[in-house]
Design a protein around this ligand. Sequence first.
Ligand code: TEU
Ligand code: CA
Length: 549
Amino acid sequence: MTRQIWWKDAVIYQIYPRSFRDSNGDGIGDIRGIIEKVDYLADLGIDVVWLGPVYQSPNDDNGYDISDYRSIHPDFGTLADLDQLLHLLHLREIRLIMDLVVNHTSDEHDWFQESRKSLDNPYRDYYFWKKGQNGAPPNNWKSFFGGSAWAYEEDTDEYYLHLFTKKQPDLNWENPVVRNEVCDIIRFWLERGVDGFRMDVIPLISKRLDFKDTQLNSFPEVVEQVYSNGPKVHKYIGEIVGRVISNYDVMTVGEGPGIHTEVGLDYVGTDRGELNMIFHLDHMYLGFGPKGRFDPIPFSLNDVFEIFNRWDDAMANEGWISIFLDNHDFTRMLSRFGNDQNYRIESAKLLVTLIMTLRGTPCIYQGSEIGMTNIAYERLEDFDDVESKNFIREALEKGREPSEILELVNRHGRDNARTPMQWDDSMHAGFTSGHPWLTINPNYRRINVEESKNDANGILHFYKKMIAFRKEHPVFVYGDFTCLFAADPIYMYSRSDDQQSFVVVHNFGDHRIDMPEIPKGYGYHFSSYPNDQARKLLAPWESRIFIKS
Ligand code: TEU
Ligand code: CA
């Protein structure tokens, strides 16, 4: 008998609130816009909504710079709106998890405003302040978003640490008062009925306090070996879970930059008393060169398959991960892992079949269910994301060609995933009656919910079908995973328990290809292509599933 664990059975749907649906015509998505779409979410069949940050924020990093953890930014609405959304989702047996961003606050948070005032201010140790070295920052650490990870404050002649923008000062978790504050924030939202948290950059909360210069010159390595997995990270996660979270039937998913397979179980092992699951980023950092996303290096499909296999092996039956292929920080999965030109529908169907049949809690990013794609801006001024704007400024200062910069940011920038949801082919894609905060992908006229809803062979119906398929067969949640073949363009694996066994085979390529040998005793069960059992070849971007008779 399979064990019912709701956060393993669930399918998560990530909403980027600025871009989901605008209800009041100011061009910015809001909570009342999400309320308008709760039936759409229920009809999709998802079980958990991950709501991106809606807290008070100056929006230096689009809400990941929080200035008040207990109030809602007026652009998004009010606490009453959030309570109503929570209620309406719960009526439809959908849970809501919030984004917990406590590695850093906004520099406009009261705590930082106090902390920066003087060396002996009671809030001074809420953050990391250090003397410079001969007019230079305390060490050579770099921000995720370019430049030094230290900002100088003349008033107190010290630098403060910010691993992201300088408007996102890092909280000092060594300080027990900070940990108490975080526990209070968590308790506030759980008491409100929220069903858990996605924990932003949680592996970064424990700093290596010697603050030594790093000799590493690959940014992904710096993230893994210098910023993440610090000496007390498990003490701190264990503390907030033990003191607060463990008293509620809620779920936790840690965003895990720098978490690699050797340390994965330390965060999500069933006996650890820490997180339920993580979003590891190994397949998302593929292609990041020494200087990060805008310093791209080639990667292969075999690298992707190897990462999926290695993580499943690392988790085995002891831990758990979420399976996702995009979010608001990376380019659209259809453009990164599929073929958004000649096989957009077929490859969208393959990717969701992959997400629904691997071992882990699936997480769908808004718009994937209709096959939304990357966008190509025409001007450097069109980009919104602070990570992109910082890169553009630095690259121009270094004299790089604007056309080359435009190509890099279009291909690798986070704005690709942040263009407004495409609801229909009316003005502004039915996202807003006003002027959208970010340019809408011009392909909205042919790629939108309405269009896909009316296409029985479309992507939206296929997403619903695959979500239902996973729920119908618990073996895809609790069953064993065995890779049977992984060589570009074929990825084939089995999912088995004591009652059922399936073999799943994907053709990640633009060409028909011989079917790999299917183990004896398995018969055709399903194809992402219109049913054609007789076909011996795998069609381009076809997923096919076999069942043990
Ligand atoms: O993301 C952290 C993170 O790892 C990504 O930003 C990514 O690694 C980075 O863009 C490297 O290119 C979280 C949030 O999801 C992101 O939106 C925030 O900007 C960031 O933390 C700071 O809160
Ligand atoms: Ca609005």
